[in-house]
Design a protein around this ligand. Sequence first.
Ligand SMILES: Nc1ncnc2c1ncn2[C@@H]1O[C@H](COP(=O)(O)OP(=O)(O)OP(=O)(O)O)[C@@H](O)[C@H]1O
Ligand SMILES: [Mg+2]
Length: 341
Amino acid sequence: MPDTAMTDAPLLAAAPASAAVPALSVQDLTVQLFRRDAPIAAVNGVSFRLARGETLTILGESGSGKSVTLKTMMGLLPARARIGGTVRLSGRSLLDLPAAELARLRGRRISMVFQEPMSALDPVYTIGAQIAEAIVRHEGIGRAQAMARAQALLERVRIPSAARRLRNYPHEMSGGMRQRAMIALALACSPDVLLADEPTTALDVTVQIQILLLLRQLQEEMGMAMVFVTHDMGVAAEISDRVAVMYAGRFVETGSARQVIRTPGHPYTAGLLASTVHGGQRGGVLEAIPGAPPDLAALPAGCAFAPRCRFAEPDCTTTAPPTVARDGGGMVRCPRAAVPA
Ligand SMILES: Nc1ncnc2c1ncn2[C@@H]1O[C@H](COP(=O)(O)OP(=O)(O)OP(=O)(O)O)[C@@H](O)[C@H]1O
Ligand SMILES: [Mg+2]
């Protein structure tokens, strides 16, 4: 059994005393953001842990809190955000670290492939300079050596003519090339944990598969733990050991990729599967689930999915749904879930 569990129970209680410290553990994470002056509940109690070499994929509709969850771990939320819970990187608590200390870990121990590569790459430096700078800063090696490493990284993410591409500025690259350069930058210092926020959406299908296989391979070589975000069930099945389905800032179902995809227990997961069966669904309306996600400024006391759920009963909107355990450590947050093994 991998040392991975996604549960609402306290993590320390769930883990035997002798168990290895997880590469990443998140316990009861909550994030409140502000839209103008109104608070919105973007993340509402997310817990999981991940061992070295494992991948968790977070799936969910637009606005469900996937990116906010990842950015919280990187310390990249607006200053006004209110954060609760704990995030531990190899046992070390991140949320209470001074900003300078977190900046030292960022890139070296935990790094992120951002959903929008243009916002993460610096427009005034070449790709080569940016990757080499990260390597020099974190590893203290010489510039020429760092540049050679940068070129090797571009080759690994299948950027043709890597030596020439090192001298390109981000705006001189296509969206797909930029996304690959962003992946190379994130991998530059062999982080222990990689947060990959829809890293392949700008790529065509063949390149997408190449990049997924590459991430898998690098992950095995480096023993990296990875949190992967996607809208695409097919991609989730390809890349992950475990899947978490997110709705309105909560995990509503977790389990092995195989379990969740073959035998979804939550009505939302079933709808998501029905809507994405022919490839990724970005943003728009989910055909199999009528209605829209709830207003995060006014979440109901009970299940946030109840207004869209065809199995909902009156108590669903008033009472928080219990979690029903699945075999192997997963769960479904729905009292009426048919939970297969
Ligand atoms: N900086 C911010 N300030 C205020 N609200 C924000 C901020 N960033 C995100 N939000 C809000 O938080 C909620 C969750 O956003 P998030 O970006 O995590 O969604 P997502 O699941 O990543 O969606 P997508 O699939 O479209 O990328 C949304 O309602 C969004 O509008
Ligand atoms: Mg996002």
